[in-house]
Design a protein around this ligand. Structure first.
Ligand SMILES: *[C@@H]1O[C@H](CO)[C@@H](O)[C@H](O)[C@H]1NC(C)=O
Ligand SMILES: *[C@@H]1O[C@H](CO)[C@@H](O)[C@H](O)[C@H]1NC(C)=O
Length: 355
C-alpha cells in the first residue's frame, strides 16, 4: 500500500542528519460490509506511536498513552469534544464511501475508503510540512502536493474533485490547519510525551546466516526511535542504498535488518566488512565488524523465528497504517468544523457546515 511507502520514506530521509523530524499522523478508515471490522476507525500517531483511537463500535475517542491525558490540563473537554467530532465524521464517512463508489462506478460488496493526513515538524528549522491523501480500496484517489499547494488526482474520476477543491481554495485552508492546528498539537504532544518520544535506545546487533551459501543478515533490534538506518560497509565505504524496512517490536522498540551476499568473498576477507547502525539524533554510529565467529547459523530454531516474527510484525504495521485510520478531531476552540470536514464536501450531498 502506497501509504506505507510514504511512512517508510520518512525513515530513509533522516540518513546523515542529526535534526529530528517529528510526525503527527491521522489515519481514518470508513468501510462497508467488512464483517468483524468496524465501519469507521480512526487512529492518531506521533512518531509512529499510536496515541489515540476511535471506532464506530466504542463510539469514544480515547487516549492510548498515559501522557496523552495531559491534554485535559489545558482543554478539560478535549476528549468529549473530539469524540463528538469523530461521531460526525463517522456519519460523513458513510456518505463519502457511497459517493466514491458511485464516482468509480463500483457496486455492492466490501469497500474501504481511507484518509491519511498530518504534519511533520523539523525541530531544528521549525519547518512544517503537511500531508493529505486518500485512497479507495487501497488505491490512491486524490492527494495534496504540499510544495505547489495543488491537488493530484490519481484517478480520472478524482479530477472533478481536484477542480472543485482548487476553485474553492481548499488547499489554503488545509495549509492553515497544518501550519497552525496540527503543528501546535504535534509540539504539545511531543512535550507531554517527551520522556517516551525523545528517548534514544541503541539496538543489539546480530549476524544471521541460514546456511553457508546464504547471504549474511545483519539484524538490529531494540532501538528507538524508528528513524534509523542500517547498512553494510566494506573498508569503511557504504555498500548499498537499500536500507531494510523498520518494523516494530511489541515492546515499543524497533528492529531492522539488511543482508549481504558474501558467497564470492573468501572468508579471510570478511573482516573488511562491517554493519553500521545510525540513529537519528545520535552522532556516533554503532559499528559491528563482521566476525565469522559471531554468525548465528542455527537455522532450525533461530532464523525461522526471526523471519516469522518479521513477517507478522510487517503485516501488523501495514494493517495498522493501511486500514486503521484516524481522524484528527480538533478541539472546539480550534474550530473543529472549519479545518477538516470540507475535504468531503465534494463527495457529500450535504457538506458539513463551515464557519
Ligand atoms: C458502470 O458499470 C456498469 C456495469 O458494470 C456499466 O454497464 C456502465 O456502463 C458503467 N457506467 C459508466 C458511466 O461507466
Ligand atoms: C502531565 O501530567 C502529570 C500528572 O498530572 C504531571 O505530573 C506532568 O507534569 C504533566 N506533564 C506536562 C508536560 O505537562
Amino acid at each position: 500500500m502506497k501509504i506505507c511507502a510514504v511512512v517508510f520514506l520518512l525513515g530513509v530521509m533522516i540518513h546523515g542528519t542529526t535534526s529530528m523530524i517529528h510526525t503527527l499522523r491521522y489515519f481514518e478508515t470508513a468501510s462497508s460490509q467488512i464483517s468483524g471490522f468496524p465501519q469507521f476507525v480512526g487512529v492518531g500517531l506521533v512518531n509512529d506511536l499510536v496515541i489515540m483511537h476511535y471506532d464506530s463500535n466504542t463510539k469514544r475517542l480515547v487516549p492510548k498513552q498515559e501522557w496523552m491525558n495531559n491534554v485535559t490540563e489545558e482543554e478539560p473537554q478535549h476528549w468529549e469534544d473530539e469524540t463528538q467530532v469523530c461521531l460526525n465524521l463517522e456519519q460523513a464517512g458513510k456518505v463519502s464511501i457511497e459517493n466514491v463508489k458511485q464516482r468509480l462506478n463500483v457496486t455492492g460488496g466490501s469497500h474501504l475508503y481511507q484518509w491519511m493526513k498530518g504534519c511533520d515538524w523539523d525541530d531544528e528549522t521549525d519547518e512544517i510540512r503537511g500531508y493529505y491523501q486518500d485512497a479507495f480500496d487501497g488505491e490512491d484517489f486524490i492527494s495534496l502536493d504540499w510544495t505547489t499547494q495543488t491537488w493530484v488526482a490519481s484517478k480520472p474520476q478524482a479530477f472533478a474533485t481536484k477542480l472543485s477543491w482548487e476553485r474553492n481554495g481548499v488547499a489554503a485552508r488545509w495549509k492553515n490547519y497544518f501550519d497552525h492546528v496540527c503543528a501546535e498539537y504535534l509540539k504539545k504532544f511531543m512535550r507531554y510525551g517527551e520522556k517516551t518520544l525523545k528517548r534514544k535506545e541503541l539496538p543489539e546487533v546480530w549476524f544471521l546466516q541460514k546456511s553457508s551459501s546464504s547471504p549474511v543478515t545483519c539484524f538490529a533490534s531494540g532501538f528507538y526511535p524508528d528513524r534509523a538506518v542500517l547498512f553494510w560497509t566494506k573498508d569503511g565505504e557504504e555498500l548499498q542504498e537499500d536500507w531494510g524496512e523498520i518494523l516494530p517490536n511489541h515492546d515499543g522498540t524497533f528492529q531492522t535488518s539488511v543482508s549481504l551476499d558474501l558467497s564470492s568473498v573468501p572468508t579471510g576477507d570478511w573482516g573488511r566488512y562491517s554493519c553500521v547502525f545510525q540513529l537519528s539524533g545520535v552522532k556516533d554510529d554503532l559499528i559491528t565488524k563482521l566476525d565469522p565467529g559471531l554468525i548465528r547459523t542455527n537455522e532450525k530454531k533461530y532464523t525461522p523465528y526471526i523471519v516469522a516474527m518479521a513477517c507478522v510484525l510487517g503485516a501488523v504495521v501495514c494493517a495498522l497504517i493501511g486500514f486503521f485510520v484516524y481522524r484528527r478531531c480538533k478541539a472546539k476552540q480550534l474550530s473543529p468544523q472549519s479545518s477538516e470536514p470540507e475535504v468531503m464536501q465534494e463527495l457529500n450531498p450535504q457538506p458539513p457546515e463551515t464557519q
